[in-house]
Design a protein around this ligand. Structure first.
Ligand SMILES: O=C(O)CCC(=O)C(=O)O
Length: 369
């Protein structure tokens, strides 16, 4: 893998504080195509949404999830050797990219580009809870443009989160001990699922771009439903980068047969309606590897890993990104009048997918008729 590595000192910092900040791990040449992908997704979002209430969020503080599905540069970035080294250090020899989402802050209006205090782990109870997030500075960040605030030592337990209707976010109380990061372009903040963080509004007059990627053990599922969750893009297997493993697998290298079969079997198991798309993408990848063009092979593998079910979003967030049925039911009474009956139904069904016995979600669904 790349020359990037995590030192013993960084590991100790992470254990003590719940986060660490790497030196610049990416240069402008790697970041520019990702920023362009985010800018494209942002324009599309602004164009697509005609709903009055959502427009302002989409313009000021859009969260743009799952870019690996729509852009090859973003997909390749998600499997960067930098993340492979971070995941290997903190998760182990087998890890997946679980979720990716850009955070843009435009020039602020009325404090609306702030993110309230929260812990990422409050949104999802995972069967394999050893997850981490990597927040990459795609523009330099400081107090003026809304750099992240971290709470060192806050990673002991999950705090209670309530719906912040003003900022449209599940939020916890602000911790006492907080620290604002100043980041150069390409620095990465690595933090755990229980590390509380927030960010103030962007008062700089320029757009601020960040890209957040989460990693977990493979084949991770949500509790209590045990539904597979997230992007599930393989990143490392047996400590090797997935692109090397899969290349050897489709070339028939015997030592990779078991692991490659398992990667493909899991995609098929998780996406039973996509059998044909998966077979076609695997064939395209095999052909690309045989053709010997590295970039073509990388993109073909990205296309295989990007296959997933269609997404619907409400309140600026994908329904499939909702991972806490109680949070859905706290949000539900506040849905704007623009949210259609069918979308309400889908949101409640998501709550029931997460917790099939959720009585409040069951009653709300019955009331919908
Ligand atoms: O982009 C920001 O300022 C905050 C992002 C954040 O809260 C997150 O990645 O969980």
């Amino acid at each position: 893998m790349s020359g990037f590595s995590i030192s013993e000192e960084q590991r100790q910092t992470y254990d003590r504080d719940g986060f660490l900040v790497t030196p610049a791990a990416f240069g402008e040449a790697e970041l520019a195509p990702v920023r362009a992908a985010i800018a494209d997704a942002w324009s599309l979002r602004k164009g697509e949404r005609a709903r009055a209430e959502e427009v302002r969020w989409d313009r000021l503080r859009p969260e743009l999830p799952r870019l690996h599905r729509v852009n090859q540069s973003a997909a390749a970035f998600c499997r960067s050797p930098v993340f492979a080294a971070i995941a290997a250090a903190f998760i182990g020899p087998d890890a997946d990219m679980m979720w990716n989402q850009a955070h843009v802050k435009a020039a602020d209006e009325d404090g609306m580009t702030a993110f309230p205090w929260h812990q990422d782990g409050a949104y999802a109870d995972m069967e394999k809870p050893n997850t981490l997030s990597c927040w990459v500075a795609l523009t330099a960040c400081d107090a003026r443009n809304g750099a992240m605030l971290m709470a060192p030592g806050s990673h002991g337990s999950i705090l209670r989160h309530e719906w912040d209707d003003e900022l449209k976010y599940m939020a916890c109380e602000a911790p006492d001990d907080t620290f604002q990061l100043e980041l150069e372009l390409g620095q990465v903040v690595v933090f755990g699922p229980r590390t509380a963080h927030a960010s103030p509004p962007n008062l700089s007059g320029e757009n601020r771009f960040g890209y957040s990627l989460s990693f977990s053990l493979p084949e991770n599922r949500l509790l209590p439903s045990r539904a597979p969750f997230g992007d599930q893009v393989p990143l490392i297997r047996g400590g090797r980068h997935i692109d090397e493993v899969m290349r050897d697998y489709v070339r028939g290298v015997a030592s990779t047969r078991e692991v490659g079969d398992r990667v493909v079997r899991w995609i098929l198991e998780r996406l039973p309606n996509q059998k044909h798309a998966i077979a076609a993408a695997l064939k395209a990848y095999r052909d690309a590897v045989r053709g010997g063009d590295a970039q073509h092979s990388r993109d073909a593998l990205s296309s295989l890993f990007a296959i997933s079910e269609d997404d619907v979003s409400i309140n600026g967030d994908l329904i499939r990104a909702r991972t806490d049925p109680d949070a859905i039911m706290r949000e539900y009474p506040h849905l704007s009048r623009d949210v259609t009956l069918d979308e309400r139904r889908q949101l409640l069904l998501r709550a029931l997918e997460l917790d099939p016995d959720h009585s409040e979600a069951k009653s709300a669904l019955a009331r919908l008729g």
